[in-house]
Design a protein around this ligand. Structure first.
Ligand code: NDP
Length: 602
């Protein structure tokens, strides 16, 4: 880890003190309870704005080879990789009106992915597509999801505007029964769950929020009917309007400059400032990214993963602020290969962290003209406490006369919403429109949410079993008692900044398990002993991140200040090493997970 301007020990002590004070200023007694999921009373915040009336259809009672729960990149990649293994009936069930997941729902002005498009967009080698921008706009990414689904013929069997309500293993037929909110109860030999992690929009439980009489929506359900324009701007409907934005996370950072361009006045209600590093988006050519031979995208993606997983790499092909700051993310990523002994590592880490945060605070000072506003935009915490963000347009937006920063840190967020505006520190800000860029509930989709009951052998409910004994899996994918069920996600698996890469490796693995079972006429089901061995391996070298997050400013990485317990959460040696481990396991040991089918009765 390099330290451009290594801080002195006095400077480090002063920073620690300041970070502690800023944390204490923000911690709330209600923790994660301060939020309300956009369900029940707030259902209108979560409705799908991109489909009109959903056409009725007859419930399905047929049988498919593979059912995939979720049509985001995880589900699409599972479908594509299953197709490559020769599976014919692959049915993806998706609650949105089309494929795309995150990129289906989030279409707000300014939306881009801040991971380089040439490593983020999956299956570029397979589709022949070469993105033209270093960081792709959301619509290009959504279209790429559709491109993959078309190429791998995933549309004919897909079910959209449909939510899976339960998965039940039927022992006599050795199939899963997939029930949905459209009355379907079809069978599938295999089920893959790919339900994502950040899909349920959340709202702060601000008193009076339901009283607001102006227009209001969540960024993941942008109302272009009201604002006019597109994700590229031109929000002409706002030209005379006073618009409030709550939230300055990765979404707020992208939305606010777009609103600033078009709205009459923008009030930015900030609680904790993000780190906002250099973006430097630019057009790229195929030559720039080395797209001149088969496998170029895989190589680039592997190089990126090496770097952000803490592996040595000869060169940094992407060379952006994610890769340059990768060492500072060790405490954020569940799996990062740490170099050297702990004491030396932590000392170098803290010094590099302080240097980086100083650089980012200086960036604010150098860009924002008003010193008071600049001071309030400075982030005071360690780099990995909050999701880093990147923009060259965010800070300049605060130099405009029609943008006002309202700091809500001392009141732990907005105090109250009234019929006509928002109250902070006793001042009422009258608004025509209130936009919530307040993020998503973590872990509230799919099996972990408890809203998708999974009944395995003898009716055992997966989540109930896990509640008693903690998650039990082999490699994060499969569990004893739940044959032919393959989970995608980050539980006891690996994770990374470039999550589509993780999902693709998971999809490859899922498809290999299914192909192995098909070839042997077997079921996929690990033994209890295999699960025990996996948990032992994860526990043995589980990284100690708890103390770090306990000192962080509140956010969803640390349960809003409550903590982030250590434990056998993820493969401890990094995502890159995990993929190599899985590949070897598939070549040498896949047979161990296959179990004989029970002969069917005539
Ligand atoms: P976040 O959860 O990151 O941010 C929510 C924001 O709302 C925070 O600034 C939070 O403040 C603020 N907030 C919440 N409650 C209140 C309140 N009562 N008063 C004032 N402010 C409040 O959500 P995002 O949608 O920004 O991002 C979610 C995730 O989506 C990101 O972490 C990232 O993983 C992903 N994303 C990725 C992008 C990409 O380019 N790859 C782009 C956009 C999002 P506080 O910090 O104080 O809690």
């Amino acid at each position: 880890m390099t330290t451009p301007q290594a801080p002195t020990s006095d400077e480090l002590a002063a920073l620690r003190e300041r970070y502690h004070l800023e944390r204490e200023r923000r911690v709330r007694p209600d923790g994660a309870g301060q939020y309300r999921p956009t369900e029940a009373e707030f259902g209108y915040y979560a409705a799908d704005p991109y489909v009109g009336d959903v056409a009725g259809r007859e419930p399905l009672h047929d049988t498919v080879d593979v059912a995939v729960v979720g049509g985001g990149f995880g589900g699409i990649l599972a479908g594509a990789r299953m197709r490559q293994q020769g599976l014919e009936r692959v049915r993806i069930v998706e609650i949105g009106g089309d494929f795309g997941g995150t990129w289906y729902w989030n279409r707000y002005p300014g939306i881009h992915c801040d991971v380089e498009s040439h490593v983020y967009l999956p299956l570029l080698d397979e589709t022949g597509y070469v993105p033209e921008w270093k960081y792709a706009p959301g619509e290009e990414i959504r279209r790429h999801a559709v491109r993959i689904a078309q190429k791998f013929d995933l549309y004919p069997d897909a079910l959209f505007s449909t939510g899976v309500t339960s998965l039940t293993w039927d022992d006599p037929s050795e199939k899963w029964i997939v029930a949905t909110d459209r009355g379907d109860a079809f069978r599938a030999t295999y089920v893959v769950t790919a339900t994502g992690t950040l899909s349920q929009p959340k709202l702060p439980g601000i008193p009076g929020i339901e009283d607001f009489k102006g227009h209001t929506f969540h960024t993941s359900r942008w109302d272009y009917g009201y604002t006019g324009g597109t994700a590229d701007g031109g929000l002409t409907g706002l030209s005379e309007k006073r618009v409030g934005v709550v939230g300055t996370g990765a979404t707020g950072i992208q939305v606010i400059p777009m609103l600033a361009e078009d709205a009459g006045h923008v009030y930015v209600f900030q609680r904790t400032p993000s780190t906002v590093d250099v973006r430097a988006n630019r057009r790229t050519t195929a030559e720039d990214v080395g797209a001149d031979h088969d496998g170029w995208a895989r190589e680039r993606r592997d190089n990126y993963l090496r770097i952000v997983s803490g592996e040595p790499a000869e060169e940094d092909l992407v060379a952006d602020r994610w890769t340059m700051s990768a060492g500072l993310l060790e405490k954020l990523l569940p799996s990062f290969r740490r170099q050297g002994d702990r004491e030396t590592f932590e000392a170098a880490y803290e010094a590099a962290d302080a240097a980086k945060m100083n650089e980012l605070r200086t960036r604010v000072e150098q860009t924002v003209a008003d010193p008071d506003t600049a001071e309030r935009l400075k982030p005071w915490y360690r780099y990995a406490c909050k999701r880093p963000t990147f923009s060259d347009k965010y800070y300049p937006a605060f130099n405009r006369a029609n943008v006002t920063l309202v700091d809500t840190a001392d009141t732990h967020g907005i105090e109250r919403v009234t019929e006509h505006g928002v109250v902070v520190g006793g001042t009422t800000y009258e608004l025509d429109c209130l936009v919530f860029a307040t993020g998503f509930s973590v872990g509230t989709s799919g099996i972990l949410s408890g809203k998708l009951p999974v009944h395995g052998r003898e009716g055992t409910q997966l989540l109930h079993a896990w509640a008693r004994q903690g998650p039990r899996t082999l490699h994060g994918f499969t569990s004893n008692g739940f044959p032919n069920l393959i989970q995608m996600g980050s539980v006891q698996n690996a994770s990374s900044v470039n999550y589509t890469h993780i999902l693709d490796e998971q999809a490859v693995h899922a498809a290999a398990l299914v192909a192995g079972a098909e070839a042997e006429g077997a079921l996929v089901e690990p033994s209890r002993e295999a699960e025990d061995d996996w948990i032992t391996l994860l526990s043995k070298d589980a990284p100690d991140h708890e103390w770090f997050h306990a000192e962080c400013t509140p956010g969803y990485y640390n349960g809003e200040g409550r903590g982030r317990p250590n434990g056998p959460r993820a493969y401890p040696y990094g995502a890159f090493a995990f993929h190599e481990f899985l590949k070897r396991w598939r070549e040498e040991s896949l047979g161990e997970i296959l179990r004989a089918r029970t002969p069917q009765q005539p």
